[in-house]
Design a protein. Structure first.
Length: 126
């Protein structure tokens, strides 16, 4: 479950931090307020295609970071991937932190638990 989402310099968002709770979380707002941008940010975080146009005007890079709590249903599969790729945090195997950075030139980097990974691994974890 996505517990926290942090966004910087992504589309029209300067800086945003959201905390989600178990159950239903509702995001409301007027047309053009940025609700769809949150979905785009999560899609990018989980391995979607990066594009320099996603970076906020005037910024060099955008950063999206999410903290995911592993539940009993997802934990075995995700832990197996993390162990295989040597990404497991021995101090905390309850949370996985995924980050994606996109530069204005279109280049991007992905991290899982602070370790740089390729997009295939990011998509497998996501």
């Amino acid at each position: 479950m996505l517990e926290e989402l942090r966004i910087r310099n992504f589309a029209i968002i300067d800086q945003l931090e959201l905390t989600f709770v178990q159950g239903l979380n509702v995001i409301t707002g007027e047309t053009g307020a940025g609700k769809s941008i949150l979905i785009d940010a999560v899609e990018l975080l989980l391995g979607g295609k990066a594009d320099g146009s996603m970076v906020r005007s005037g910024a060099e890079k955008a950063l999206i970071e999410g903290s995911f709590a592993l539940d009993e249903r997802t934990r075995p599969a995700i832990l197996a991937i993390l162990e295989r790729e040597e990404l497991l945090d021995p101090e905390n195997n309850e949370i996985v932190v995924v980050a994606r950075e996109v530069r204005s030139n279109g280049r991007s980097a992905a991290r899982v638990n602070g370790v740089t990974v390729n997009i295939d691994i990011l998509q497998a974890v996501g």
